[in-house]
Design a protein around this ligand. Structure first.
Ligand code: NAP
Length: 276
């Protein structure tokens, strides 16, 4: 491996102007970024994530309101109240949510959809508009490639995983950069043969150490979105130790995509106010 694609360096570069940007918003628009996070009790991992968002917001002087409902009715009430609050500049739903509730995402005012998950935000992205409302994890992949000046034009890129938060939003972003893309998923046949053709592979399936050296070509660039736990240790979808000699560049887990994703949420929160 010639290049370790370190998320920390990318994150540092994104967050270096946060303080100045927030200050400018206060001075020029008299606005403070203020995010509301709505969820329902039950999922421990997701609540841990919410606490991390709260801590991160606090760190950068962003106001944050957390509303965790006991049931669906309470969630709907919370959402109604939050929508009426003009001072709230960004709204996000903490997944997983029951389907009926998750569909309310489309009622978030477009300019406050900081995660870019509504049908409208996703539609705009597919029509070529890249603004603040892009799902953070997919954007983190692009930020890492951009930071390390990896040219995507004409490259053969294989994305493994087709979720709404990673695989799908990556399609327009990669196309905008003139890449040739293939999306694989659990029903894809001959995945190993497809992977071996790739200049760049983006793994987002949630299967520990799935990608091995015999599946990649010499000098491939590998981006690992996966977060899995093996014997209490966090590992990605790529078997880092196995591929590191054969690949040209790899993102580590932890220390790769995840850290950039967290910072990009803050970036999206600030950008959405800048665009008001
Ligand atoms: P998801 O919604 O569960 O989607 C997983 C995708 O992987 C699906 O498209 C599925 O195919 C595909 N898949 C599963 N097994 C496969 C296999 N053996 N071969 C090929 N494709 C396979 O997951 P997600 O939310 O996108 O997350 C994916 C991973 O990224 C997870 O490990 C998650 O924890 C991690 N993640 C990381 C961050 C970060 O900040 N680093 C953020 C979000 C998620 P089908 O569509 O056919 O079922």
């Amino acid at each position: 491996m010639e290049l370790l694609l370190e998320g920390k360096r990318v994150a540092e570069n994104i967050k270096k102007n946060f303080e100045a940007r927030i200050k400018t918003l206060k001075q020029q628009k008299n606005k403070t970024p203020y995010v509301a996070v709505l969820g329902i009790t039950g999922d421990e991992a997701s609540l841990t994530y919410v606490k991390r968002i709260e801590k991160n917001c606090e760190k950068y002087g962003i106001q944050c309101m957390i509303k965790i409902a006991q049931n669906q009715e309470e969630f709907i009430q919370n959402f109604k109240q939050i929508k009426q609050k003009k001072e709230i500049t960004g709204i996000m739903f903490q997944q997983p949510l029951p389907k009926k509730i998750a569909e309310l995402i489309n009622q978030i005012p477009p300019e406050k959809d900081i995660e870019g998950v509504s049908d409208l935000s996703m539609g705009k992205l597919f029509m070529g508009q890249e603004n603040s409302n892009i799902p953070c994890t997919s954007k983190a992949v692009i930020e890492i490639l951009d930071f390390y000046k990896i040219d995507l034009r004409g490259k053969n890129i294989v994305v493994v995983g087709r979720s709404n938060v990673v695989g799908k939003p990556l399609i327009p972003q990669l196309l905008n950069r003139d890449a040739t893309i293939t999306i694989c998923h659990s029903k894809t046949k001959n995945i190993k043969e497809i992977l071996k053709q790739a200049d760049i592979i983006i793994m987002a399936i949630g299967k520990a150490k799935f990608l091995k050296k015999e599946m990649i070509k010499q000098g491939a660039i590998l981006i690992d979105v996966g977060i899995n736990f093996e014997e209490g240790k966090m590992v990605g979808d790529i078997d880092f130790e196995d591929v590191k000699e054969k690949a040209f560049a790899v993102t580590p887990v932890p220390g790769g995509v995840g850290i950039v994703t967290n910072i990009l949420l803050i970036d999206n929160i600030i950008t959405s106010v800048e665009q008001l």
